[in-house]
Ligand binder design. Structure first.
Ligand code: C2E
Ligand code: MG
Ligand code: MG
Ligand code: MG
Length: 282
């Protein structure tokens, strides 16, 4: 109890913290039920090749509409699931779901976000290999997105798992690059197929020349290291036009589409394709 822990604890008792703890416990339990009930879903956001205007891939993003609590954002539940280890169950489910769904969209890659807690586990690579075996998906169509925090935490498991996945032909992407503890030394120590430039850089791209200079440096560095580049969070045509003038990777953002349910993706790809043809003709 707080009393047993010392008198300092009484002083800092905070009803808001208590509320948060209750909410965490509630969501932790509800999430487990939701996975069993099939309430968890993946929505897919298109990734568009900036030169051709073609959809080349999709990113799978977790969505949860709870019967009792309505929409709950991944930003709220993922930290809770990480703390309890349940994130590995979500990750296994997401891998199987995403690799199954992408079979319906020929030629597209699918990117799955994997938490460091799960990525570091000894079983992770075997789980990925089993999903590929079960679905028959070509390994090169699967991208695993991890964030820099994994590299910061380090550990030999991380390097071992990265090497084993790449040897199997699975792609590795470094997500949210340029936020957090970004260190350029990571890029020479770890091998990634793709760098995902965080959307915080895109926000001011069309109004600030210093942000543009940083973007150019990141893009140049990634290219020199043999990585492809995806820019996240493109919302306005002006941002897309600026990017089109200075790089040849892919972009992802509300300008093209938010993440949509699997059943809408085939139509969405067609609509974006038609739009690209109109834009090219103009
Ligand atoms: P992320 O992997 O960087 O995903 C991109 C986030 O940016 C998504 O938020 C997406 O909806 C949002 N986004 C995309 N385009 C735009 C845009 O043009 N403007 C703005 N303002 N936002 C845009 P979402 O779906 O809320 O996911 C948030 C984060 O939660 C993700 O960031 C990822 O770190 C994590 N996450 C989502 N799904 C999963 C999952 O299945 N497993 C794990 N471990 N993490 C996940
Ligand atoms: Mg991501
Ligand atoms: Mg990201
Ligand atoms: Mg993010």
């Amino acid at each position: 109890s707080a009393k047993a822990a010392g008198k300092g604890c009484w002083k800092h008792f905070d009803p808001q913290l208590e509320q948060r703890a209750l909410r965490h416990r509630h969501l932790d339990a509800a999430m487990r039920v939701a996975l069993d009930r099939g309430e968890l879903d993946l929505h897919y956001q298109p990734q568009v090749d900036i030169v051709s205007g073609r959809v080349v891939g999709v990113e799978a993003l977790l969505r949860w509409h709870s019967r009792d609590d309505g929409w709950i954002s991944p930003a709220e539940i993922i930290p809770i699931a990480e703390a309890t280890g349940f994130i590995a169950d979500i990750g296994r489910w997401a891998l199987l779901t995403a690799c199954t769904n992408v079979l319906a969209w020929p030629g597209l890659t699918v990117a799955v976000n994997i938490s460091s807690v799960h990525f570091r586990s000894a079983a992770f690579c075997t789980e990925v290999e089993e999903v590929l075996c079960r679905t028959g998906l070509a390994p090169s169509r699967l991208e695993i997105e991890i964030t820099e925090s994994i590299l910061l935490e380090g550990g030999t498991e991380v390097t071992t798992n990265m090497e084993r996945l790449r040897a199997a032909g699975v792609r590795l992407s470094l997500d949210d690059f340029g936020t957090g503890y970004s260190s350029l030394s990571y890029l020479s120590r770890f091998t990634f197929d793709k760098l995902k430039v965080d959307r915080s850089f895109v926000r001011e791209l069309h109004v600030r020349s210093d942000v543009l200079a940083i973007f150019d440096a990141m893009n140049g560095m990634a290219t020199a290291l043999g990585m492809s580049v995806t820019v996240e969070g493109v919302e306005h045509e002006q941002q897309m036009q600026i990017l089109r003038q200075r790089f040849t990777g892919s972009i992802q953002g509300f300008y093209y589409s938010k993440a949509r349910p699997a059943r809408e993706i085939a139509d969405l790809i067609q609509a974006l394709q038609a739009r690209a043809e109109v834009e090219r003709a103009a």
